[in-house]
Ligand binder design. Structure first.
Ligand code: FE2
Length: 293
């Protein structure tokens, strides 16, 4: 924990373009979740492909987890608010993700992995974000890193807002991960009632907020809990200002669009259909997730 470095104020904050409730669904071996960022928003929220929110105190909703499955062509960022999940993959990586930790996995040319809860009761809550890779990086070697809660850069503003910087940079604090092509910003913000938080954002970057506790106000519009607020891209706007109507917790996520074609088939996200066929063939032939000779 450190005190906040100085940061100039946002002069013209973005307004909200849309509020989105997400879709209740299940994935893996029956894990119940809410798909907040759905496939129809991939173009609008380029470079982000998906955001799932999972949260339950009923083990039947999560216990079977996500057994072995492949990924190719993008990155997954899993942020565990509460609970414990073990990750194993074909590149030989293994880690335990728990209470406030982040797992950042670059699937690149391909991994086969499992994500299995390590608890039989209690609350399991967290988020998984899918971040696209530029075409030139889609077939790079897989990469993986676990960050425990205490390893994540964090600061508190004079108004008492606690900011965890998972990716990008905020108020001079650089996050756990940075990426050149997509320049992702991923902040977890905890605001006491009445507090205000401002964040500079490049006007061309796509940005959204997901409120998971309490209610906030953005440019005079209220955002209730379990809602995504898609922030408008106004070329004059230089950031976002968030005011807490009650004690609130939210994710603020932004990134630089890739403006490349998106071809997706389940866990494979490439630029062309031909590359998707190749991914399916590689997976069926056992070539996906092989470590290079
Ligand atoms: Fe996965």
């Amino acid at each position: 924990m450190s005190s906040e470095p100085s940061s100039p104020a946002v002069s013209l904050p973005r307004r909200i373009e849309r509020l989105i409730a997400g879709q209740a669904t299940s994935d893996g071996a029956g894990v119940k979740l809410v798909r907040v960022l759905t496939q129809d928003l991939q173009r609008r929220l380029d470079p982000f492909l998906m955001l799932d929110a999972f949260g339950s105190d009923n083990p039947n909703d999560y216990i079977a987890g996500f057994p072995d499955h492949p990924h190719r062509g993008f990155e997954t960022v899993t942020y565990m608010i509460a609970g414990r999940m073990r990750h194993r993959d074909s590149a030989g990586h293994e880690g335990l993700l728990e209470n406030g930790g982040v797992q950042w996995m670059t699937a690149g040319s391909g991994v086969i992995h499992s994500e299995i809860p390590q608890q039989e009761d209690g609350v399991m809550e967290g988020f998984q974000l899918w971040l696209n890779l530029p075409g030139r990086d889609k077939m790079n070697a897989p990469w993986y890193r676990d960050f425990k809660a205490g390893d994540l850069p964090r600061f508190t503003t004079p108004q008492g807002v606690t900011v965890t910087v998972i990716a990008g940079a905020s108020h001079g604090v650089t996050g756990a991960v940075t990426r050149d092509a997509t320049a992702p910003l991923y902040l977890d913000l905890h605001l006491p009632a009445g507090a205000r938080f401002e964040q500079h954002l490049p006007a061309t970057h796509n940005a959204f907020v997901y409120v998971y506790r309490g209610t906030v106000s953005i440019a005079g519009q209220s955002v209730p809990p379990q809602r995504m607020a898609l922030l408008a891209n106004d070329e004059q706007a230089d950031g976002v200002a968030i005011e807490a109507s009650s004690d609130a917790k939210l994710l603020l996520i932004a990134g630089q669009p890739l403006n490349e074609p998106i071809a997706q088939y389940g866990p494979f996200v490439m630029n062309t259909q031909q590359e998707i066929y190749q991914a399916i063939n590689d997976y069926r032939a056992g070539r996906l997730g092989e470590t290079a000779a």
